[in-house]
Design a protein around this ligand. Structure first.
Ligand SMILES: Nc1ccn([C@@H]2O[C@H](COP(=O)(O)OP(=O)(O)OP(=O)(O)O)[C@@H](O)[C@H]2O)c(=O)n1
Ligand SMILES: C[C@](O)(CO)[C@H](O)COP(=O)(O)O
Length: 234
């Protein structure tokens, strides 16, 4: 197996950011004067492993995203295309534009992913078939009924919070999406679609800083993180 083969990346950025509650979609908010989506794309642009990037965005955002890509010199972003109503549909549309054997899917609102973790996730997928970045949960997790009563306390040692990127063989992920579509199944991540085909997906330990910017308090943390990164690099 050629573990050095380069990969394509689908960055999904077509969500509305309803939980953030801002007029502007959260992925286009500025952090240190730069749109969050550009911070995310820059991580992958700088990685030699990455051959091509497809950015999936809102139909009305294609022009401004394309302008930013030119402005920030993101040469690996080969296509900017419109997404769908659900994340799953946006991912599938992105997959249709990828030309590499291996693909990683990443949320546009996870700008703090560490390149070394991206590399580890991709290498693991190329070794064992499929892999996702994740962290061990820190809290005790309860399963709670609709009426608010605790039903179960799963053993925390087996619980992980799943992040992106998630890495797969392109043909397998496409097949998983097509099967899910045919069955009317919607998952909250890509791994779920592959898991339901009986494929083993490996978990690669990432970092707690790989947050998905989702709600307003995440922005304060994101600003802090960027400042901290800037200080480290000076
Ligand atoms: N139809 C959709 C929905 C989501 N996403 C993307 O999937 C990633 C993870 O989704 P999430 O954080 O849930 O984003 P939103 O759907 O925008 O947020 P919300 O659920 O609060 O509306 C984001 O980068 C988002 O832009 C997408 O490309 N297409
Ligand atoms: C894919 C994901 O980021 C893994 O944590 C997450 O599941 C996206 O979920 P959301 O429902 O779009 O927030």
């Amino acid at each position: 197996m050629d573990t050095e083969s380069r990969v394509g990346v689908v960055v999904v950025s077509a969500g509305r950011g309803t939980r953030m509650g801002t007029r502007e979609s959260k992925q286009y908010l500025l952090l240190q004067n730069k749109p969050i989506i550009i911070h995310t794309l820059e991580v992958f642009e700088r990685m030699p492993l990455v051959e091509e990037i497809v950015l999936v965005t809102g139909a009305d955002d294609i022009d401004r995203c394309s302008a930013w890509i030119a402005e920030y010199g993101l040469r690996k972003v080969l296509k900017v295309i419109p997404g769908g109503r659900e994340r799953q549909e946006s991912v599938y549309k992105g997959l249709m534009e990828i030309g590499t054997e291996w693909v990683m899917v990443h949320d546009g609102v996870r700008p703090f992913v560490e390149p070394e973790h991206v590399l580890a996730c991709c290498r693991q997928a190329q070794l064992s078939g499929a892999a996702v970045l994740a962290v061990k949960v820190k809290d005790t997790i309860k399963q709670v009924s609709e009426s608010g009563i605790i039903e179960a306390t799963p053993d925390r040692r087996s619980l992980w919070a799943i992040h992106t990127p998630q890495a797969f063989r392109l043909s397998e992920l496409k097949k998983a999406h097509e099967l899910a579509e045919a069955d009317g199944f919607t998952g909250t991540d890509d791994s779920m679609l592959v898991e339901r085909m009986g494929v083993s997906v490996a978990v690669v330990e990432g970092s707690y800083t790989n947050i998905k910017i989702t709600t307003p308090e995440d922005l304060a943390y994101a600003s802090f993180m960027l400042q901290h990164k800037g200080e480290k690099n000076t």
